[in-house]
Design a protein around this ligand. Structure first.
Ligand code: GLC
Length: 583
């Protein structure tokens, strides 16, 4: 409460995923609540301005009506640096409009095992690619270092997360263990895993969030070698280190005070302890008084936090000023949504594109078709196409926020062409005898976030209802070519569909966000596919752990993506010579 902020001199407050103000989830609700807390900080004993942080990981996705961009895996498929910076700029504006000055983004992990529930929060499997896109995103969020824009009132503090190794846990288990010795892990760091953080530091990132995972059984939150020696000493990080949500409570300390000591000593400067913040404050006081933590360490942490607040202009910040109101008028604007729509277009990856007639590919033929049907649970469901971290922490299917669904975009495009298109989620159409030129079936994963998205290899497949919708269309329209549009946060098992001759096209739209009409711009418009696969995709998820050592298990390598005129190779078996090996 504001009273707590004033009484205890709290320096930072956050909203975890889905934690909206009690008064409601509009921009005004957020602005009013946050400005109350900021005012209370000014009235505290030292009057140090309050830092407010949220997980704006694909837009200011907590608040109803904001622009929701494709999740990072789709932006990785788009792989457009300039677009990343433009997205960062817009996200920053829609975050500042709420009075928030800090976002816990971007994730700089590089997913190795798509069983992991946070695969979609990563840009690519390759740390080098993550470094490029992460830096471009930070440049947009913060404004370019060394320019007037850097951390001005239109920009926010970014957060390089989660330090470090989150994509390498055994079995892809979220918050799990990286089964390497310290020496092996140090070698991995030096071979490129540090690159995204080096690039982020060069870009002027001033906050780093520590990862839940452990390395060789030691939790990162108590790993002094990684935080103090590598991040702060070796890389020279001058900003502050923030712990993850209750993460210090996973360290080996036998009680809470010991857990605080281990993390503080390891190099954590700011504690994200939303339920035990009073205990953590008291623990630090006790630890200094008992001499278990030096005053120097506390001074180091405090000076880092103050340095960031000064750099971010917080001592000059006008609470709830007119500029914040001006930014509020642009939230969810046409221009912002047009940028998100461009990102959707560029994120689409064409995986299968068979010849259908007159030596035309299905994507070429689609341009001249007049009668379409659309089916599938993800066809007209904005919540499903947005995925996790949208309005709520886990996200949800249904009409959860503003935007356009994939079907509404397809319908607008067909109306414009004078064609017809009808939608049925389960694929049952009353006039099933009516001639149809093609069926577009839009199916995918239901929303999830973090550990809720962890899957066994056998679970990495479409939901049963989607599988039956595909069968329904195949049975009711035996002569109609099918185009599968997937909304997934990661590679899933699609071998059956790659080999299914009834399915002439497969597109992965990843998790496109609020501007689903970007899909129609490519499928039915004059835009071509430019997206490429950002994570090695095996024929079968059971082969994930051997995908980097046995290329015969690979269906689509990183970099794979067809144009409308490029026909698929006829992949019939795993070791088919047509399996594209882009090297
Ligand atoms: C979560 C996530 C982290 C997020 C934080 C605050 O558990 O691990 O990415 O920024 O808590 O919501």
């Amino acid at each position: 409460t504001p009273e707590d902020v004033k009484k205890y001199g709290i320096g930072s407050v956050l909203s975890g995923g889905g934690s909206a103000p009690a008064s409601g989830n509009t921009m005004a609700d957020w602005e009013n609540r946050i400005n109350e807390l900021k005012q209370a900080a000014i009235e505290s004993r030292l009057g140090i301005p309050l830092l407010y942080g949220v997980d704006a990981v694909h837009g200011n996705n907590n608040i109803y009506g904001t622009t929701v961009f494709p999740h990072n895996i789709g932006l990785g498929a788009a792989h457009d640096e300039q677009l990343m910076t433009q997205i960062g700029e817009v996200v920053a504006e829609e975050v500042r409009a709420a009075g928030v000055q800090w976002t816990f983004a971007p994730t700089l992990g590089n997913a190795q095992n798509e069983r992991w529930g946070r695969t979609y929060e990563c840009f690519n499997e390759d740390a080098g690619e993550v470094a490029v896109l992460g830096a471009a995103y930070i440049r947009g969020l913060q404004g370019e270092k060394g320019t007037e824009k850097y951390l001005d009132e239109d920009h926010v503090l970014a957060c390089a997360k989660h330090f470090i190794g989150e994509g390498y846990t055994t079995g892809g288990t979220n918050q799990g263990n990286v089964d390497m010795t310290e020496e092996e892990f140090d070698a991995l760091l030096d071979s490129g895993l540090l690159d995204p953080y080096t690039a982020a530091l060069d870009e002027g990132v001033l906050t780093v969030m520590i990862s839940y995972n452990s390395v060789d059984g030691v939790k990162c939150h108590e790993n002094k070698h990684l935080i103090q020696e590598v991040l702060k000493d070796q890389l020279g990080f001058q900003g502050f280190v923030v712990s993850d949500y209750n993460a210090i409570q996973q360290t080996s300390g036998k009680n809470y005070k010991e857990q605080v000591r281990l993390s503080l000593d390891a190099g954590v400067d700011l504690f994200m302890e939303p339920y035990t913040w009073q205990d953590s404050m008291q623990a630090i006081i006790d630890l200094v008084e008992s001499g278990e933590i030096s005053m120097d360490r506390v001074d180091d942490a405090v000076s880092r936090i103050l340095r960031v607040k000064f750099e971010a202009g917080m001592f000059e910040e006008e609470i709830g000023g007119t500029h914040e109101k001006e930014l509020g008028e642009q939230v969810g604007s046409e221009d912002h949504r047009a940028l998100a729509r461009q990102a959707v277009r560029e994120s689409l990856v064409l995986l299968k594109n068979d010849i259908v007639k007159d030596n035309q590919t299905i994507m070429q033929a689609l341009q001249n078709m007049d009668n379409l049907i659309v089916a599938g649970s993800a066809g007209d469901d904005i919540g499903k196409q947005c995925g996790g971290w949208t309005i709520t922490w886990q996200g949800a299917t249904g009409n959860t926020t503003k935007g356009t669904t994939i079907f509404s975009g397809l319908k607008a495009a067909m109306d414009k062409k004078g064609g017809t298109v009808n939608y049925s989620a389960n694929g049952v159409f009353t006039d099933s005898d009516k001639k149809v030129d093609a069926a577009i079936v839009v199916v995918g994963e239901n929303p999830y976030a973090e550990s809720s998205g962890d899957r066994s290899a056998g679970q990495l497949k479409l939901p049963a209802s989607d599988i039956s919708t595909i069968k329904q269309i195949e049975n009711s329209h035996p002569d109609t070519p099918i185009i599968l549009v997937l909304t997934t946060g990661r590679p899933i098992a699609i071998a059956d569909y790659v080999n299914d001759q009834h399915i002439k096209g497969i597109v992965n739209a990843w998790l496109p966000g609020s501007e689903g009409e970007g899909v129609a711009d490519v499928l039915l418009g004059d835009k071509d596919f430019v997206g490429t696969n950002p994570i090695t995709w095996t024929w079968y998820p059971q082969d994930i752990t051997s995908k980097y050592t046995d290329t015969s298990k690979v269906l689509y390598p990183v970099g794979y993506g067809l144009k409308k005129v490029e026909k698929t190779g006829n992949f019939t078996t795993i070791d088919d010579p047509n399996v594209v090996d882009l090297g």
